[in-house]
Design a protein around this ligand. Structure first.
Ligand code: AMP
Length: 289
């Protein structure tokens, strides 16, 4: 596996590979790799000839009271996992390489970023889209792969790529979960054993909504009430539970394409999850970790 650290080297390698006719797949991450990230690598390997995985914890997307400094970092472990999984190029740019000066020009994500995570985390998606567009310019991939786990994020990235003509494909991979339903996240490492149990309320709430919908309930308010009953569990501070379409707009009636998005705090840890009603939690990938 090739290790690259500067945008200049990254772009030179990418251009050389593409000149040789290789299609490039790109998996951007913030590291602390888990099976959710690694499934994106598998998928990239199936679809492209060369896979780049980046590790960069982006300060621009963290609020002043969020966990930028304590976000988990373990580059040695990430490198081993990436190499074992067949990543061709690991791109780990330093903070100063990505932001040699404060970026005065940033991406404005528009109204899709005003709700849900965007409402709870002002400026978050401007930070995400700004770094994602910078990484796209450094890596110049043919396909970039993102997880559905971060539903609002991937919908915004896809919209940015369309609206600003990035000329690359966004591939969306299903959410990877533990066998008991908890969606994998680098932030799960913050949870102690009791909090880990409490965190199951998120996937349980999604399942409860899904079951109610399968039994014939299509009123979003009724489905939301049903989900909230389950999310309101000891040790869990519910954030939101909403039924939305792909543009993050509330739906008037739930159907198979409706996405149930959910957020809650367990202790100090903010967790998010979602399910597409027609696919169901069982349609996601379950792994033993
Ligand atoms: P992160 O390192 O948290 O910024 O995530 C990097 C990429 O991995 C994003 O596209 C995430 O959506 C994706 N990802 C994170 N967790 C999961 C998961 N449990 N299942 C699928 N994709 C995931």
């Amino acid at each position: 596996m090739l290790d690259l650290a500067t945008p200049k080297d990254m772009r030179a390698w990418s251009r050389a590979e593409r000149a040789r006719g290789q299609r490039l797949g790109f998996v951007p991450t913030m590291g602390a790799l888990h099976e959710g990230h690694l499934r994106l690598v598998d998928r990239a390997k199936e679809r492209t000839d060369r896979v780049v995985l980046s590790v960069f914890v982006n300060p621009l997307q963290f609020g002043p009271k969020e966990d930028f400094t304590k976000y988990p970092r373990d580059l040695a472990r990430d490198r081993t996992l990436a190499a074992e999984r067949g990543v061709d190029c690991l791109f780990v740019p330093a903070l100063e390489a990505v932001y040699p000066q404060e970026p005065l020009v940033r991406i404005a994500p528009g109204p899709m970023a005003d709700t849900l995570e965007g409402a709870a985390r002002p400026g978050h998606f401007a930070g995400v889209l700004t770094v994602v567009s910078k990484l796209f310019h450094m890596v110049e991939p043919d396909v970039a792969l993102f997880g559905r786990k971060d539903f609002q994020q991937v919908m915004l990235v896809r919209r940015m790529v369309t609206d600003l003509d990035f000329g690359l494909e966004i591939d969306i991979a299903p959410t990877v979960r533990e066998l008991d339903g908890l969606a994998l996240s680098s932030r799960n490492g913050y949870l102690d054993a009791d909090q880990r149990r409490a965190a199951l309320a998120l996937s349980r709430a999604l399942r409860a909504v899904e079951q109610a919908w399968r039994s014939g309930e299509a009123d979003p308010k009724a489905l939301q009430r049903r989900g909230m009953e389950v999310l309101n569990a000891p040790g869990v501070r519910p954030g939101y539970l909403e039924l939305v379409d792909e543009q993050l707009r509330p739906v008037a009636r739930a159907d198979a394409r409706t996405v149930v998005v959910i957020a809650a705090h367990v202790g100090a840890t903010r967790l998010i999850d979602n399910v597409v009603l027609g696919e169901g939690v069982a349609g996601d990938i379950a792994v033993r970790t």
